[in-house]
Design a binder for this molecule. Structure first.
Ligand SMILES: [Zn+2]
Ligand SMILES: [Zn+2]
Length: 117
């Protein structure tokens, strides 16, 4: 794979260099996905969880800029559509903000698939 030249992050005043093809550094990646709370409100399958969960879910997505935290750790930028329990509730995890993270569907599927084993 040819190496592309590094470019500065497009965020005003940010001097971080990002690989060619990318626009923002990980810090400002949320500006790239342009996440808005309403963007994910459409496909609510949080029904059954009640509105308290829906509110918490929105808050977590907002906190994480709507970015999948699992992808983010590996340097990828993808839009989160779900909120995941870091420690599964079945294993004593809580609904605490600290135990919740934004996650994209593929990562969530991988994670829950792995937990089942
Ligand atoms: Zn930046
Ligand atoms: Zn992901």
């Amino acid at each position: 794979m040819p190496t592309r030249p590094m470019r500065p992050c497009k965020h005003r005043g940010c001097s971080a260099l990002v690989p060619g093809g990318k626009t923002y550094c990980m810090q400002h990646a949320c500006e790239e996905v342009k996440w808005k709370p309403d963007a994910v409100r459409g496909n609510r399958h949080a029904r059954g969880y009640g509105s308290a969960w829906a509110k918490r879910r929105d808050r977590i997505l907002l906190r994480d800029c709507g970015l999948c935290q699992v992808c983010r750790r590996t340097g990828r930028v993808s839009l989160a559509t779900e909120v995941d329990h870091i420690v599964p509730k079945a294993q004593g995890g809580t609904d605490d903000d600290a135990n919740l993270q934004s996650i994209c569907h593929p990562c969530h599927a991988t994670k829950t698939g792995g937990e089942r084993r």
